[in-house]
Design a protein around this ligand. Sequence first.
Ligand code: OOG
Ligand code: MG
Length: 237
Amino acid sequence: MIDTIAARLDEAAVTRTALAQFGADAGLDVATAYQVQDALVARRVGRGEAVVGVKLGLTSRAKMTQMGVDEVIWGRLTDAMHICDGGTVDLSGHIHPKVEPEVAFLVEGGAIAAVAPAVELIDSRYRDFRFTLAEVIADNTSASGFVVGPWQPVPDNVDNLGVLLEVDGRVAQVGSTAAILGDPRRALPEAARLAGELRDGWVLLAGAATAAVPLTPGAHVRVTVEQLGTVSLRASA
Ligand code: OOG
Ligand code: MG
């Protein structure tokens, strides 16, 4: 059952075709869903991708409310998901992508070595971007892409920095890093608890500070986090 679900999610991502929700009949619980995620990520690794980090999801009230799911979840980032700062995302490689403003940490020796503003590209493999907690966990928490701005030393306080998401120069979302677990630095112990030890050089996405917004053709997206700077990406036409 685990492999079958992983294969269907993988195929949905590869063929960019949204999948019907598995529903209650599938009997997918949270523990089994993480096993599906393991199998799904193993398929990507089997195709030559490398795991380069971990992401937390639903760490903010805004995201929990938007998605109707209320528990912190985690997923894996691979090198194939990485998008350069200022780079262009090929929309034909996605189903119904959305962007959300995040804070990224660089992990060294089990501690936070640096911080950067980040954008996460999420793209649920489920129809209408709707899912249960177990379904989104199985789908590697909708992970699809990530952009990290310039790394820098961690300022004394990062628990109440303004966050701005702009699309084509217009404000799309405003928030604060306080929305991320009360303090985004909590992402490290939280990720260690959920995902186990984090490797040196891994990126940790702490979770979105605001709700996500759809990424439309040609859009220019810019995220600014007070004191941390900006990061941007463009969507293909
Ligand atoms: C699930 C992923 C949530 C976040 O930062 O809260 C997430 C989804 O919204 O599809 O990445
Ligand atoms: Mg996210």
